[in-house]
Design a protein around this ligand. Structure first.
Ligand SMILES: Nc1ncnc2c1ncn2[C@@H]1O[C@H](COP(=O)(O)OP(=O)(O)O)[C@@H](O)[C@H]1O
Ligand SMILES: [Mg+2]
Length: 316
């Protein structure tokens, strides 16, 4: 049984000017211990998908269709209390540590409050002890629990965010652009740390990023999202060796190529569509160098091709 199984999930944000379909019939499954990379440009629905998994889609978002199973439990059917337990089982690391940490609260108190909200029987002392252990596993001295967030560097703050994600011993950790606000050297350290933690804490990991380059070494599987849809989903190696969807190819060509640094980068022209009124047919067709007759007319189905799923008229 997969640890996470998402089936035909649709998430809408009704707004005054129309409904944004941020996630559109997405199906994904992840086995225990795997790392899934979710990639795509900004505005393609990645964060909304991640937040849906912990039932934290921001207002006015609603899940209008589909199901999300974690360890065999349908999380759409949980009571409020059970949702609180779910947030213990699934850790979430947000993109920007500076806005997620309270500037007037000591680092240790962030942990103590978070732990004790979910585990009511834990004393303050026990929670601090646990915090010390977590910080040490992240390469931060336990004495620093009395520091305030501004006393930490950007990379250290991101370590703290990862620590908070781990504080309740989750089975599944979702990291949403965990290195976007960091420089490349610190980014590499954080990614290496996450790989180590994944083994130490026996985690299943979902790594959300707009940078396809960083999932190359981290993930077993990749889901490429465009305009709310998964357009390609399969094993990382195959997607890097032989991307099928023109959008996946475009993402790979627009990122620095680790294997071939001499190759120049070609950004995809244009930008993702407004999700209130996306183009008809394949939503990528206005930007696609391979678009032909059916593309503006019919939406392609996700079909199995060369051991992965792809939604493109070139293959159906
Ligand atoms: N609270 C909200 N209200 C209305 N629209 C939203 C809200 N949050 C996100 N969206 C829209 O949903 C779409 C997907 O956003 P998001 O999930 O943040 O994508 P990504 O993480 O890939 O950048 C975008 O069009 C965005 O404008
Ligand atoms: Mg996002």
């Amino acid at each position: 049984m997969p640890l996470l199984e998402i089936n035909s999930l649709t998430v809408d944000y009704p707004t005054r000017v129309g409904t944004v379909r941020a996630v559109d019939r997405v199906s994904i499954s992840v086995e225990k211990g795997q790392t899934l990379g979710i990639v795509g440009e900004s505005g393609c629905g990645k964060s909304t998908l991640g937040l849906a998994v912990i039932r934290l889609v921001p207002s006015p978002g609603i899940m209008t269709e589909g199901s999300i199973m974690i360890d065999g439990t349908d999380i759409m059917r949980l009571s409020n209390n059970e949702v609180r337990e779910l947030r213990g089982k699934v850790g979430f690391i947000f993109q920007d540590p500076m806005t997620s940490l309270n500037p007037v609260k000591r680092i240790g108190d962030h942990f103590v409050e978070f732990i004790r909200t979910h585990e009511k029987e834990v004393s303050r002392q026990e929670a601090l002890e646990k915090t010390g252990k977590i910080l040490e596993s992240l390469g931060i001295l336990r004495e620093r629990t009395t520091d305030y967030p501004h006393q930490f560097s950007g990379g250290m703050r991101q370590r703290v965010m990862i620590g908070l994600g781990l504080a309740l011993n989750p089975k599944l950790l979702i990291a949403d652009e965990p290195t976007t606000s960091l420089d490349v050297i610190v980014e590499a350290q954080i990614l290496e740390l996450m790989n180590k933690l994944k083994k130490d804490y026996d985690l299943t990991l979902i790594l959300i990023t707009h940078n396809i380059g960083i999932v190359a070494e981290m993930s077993d599987l990749i889901a490429v999202m465009y305009a709310g849809r998964v357009v390609e989903f399969g094993p990382t190696e195959q997607i890097f060796e032989n991307p099928l969807h023109p959008y996946t190819k475009g993402l790979l060509e627009s990122a620095p190529n680790i294997l071939h640094p001499e190759r120049s980068m070609h950004p995809i022209p244009g930008s993702p569509p407004d999700l209130i009124s996306p183009p008809p047919g394949c939503k990528f067709h206005p930007r696609c160098p391979h678009a032909f007759e059916p593309c503006p007319l019919r939406e392609p189905f996700l079909v199995m091709k060369e051991r992965r799923f792809v939604a493109c008229h070139l293959y159906d």
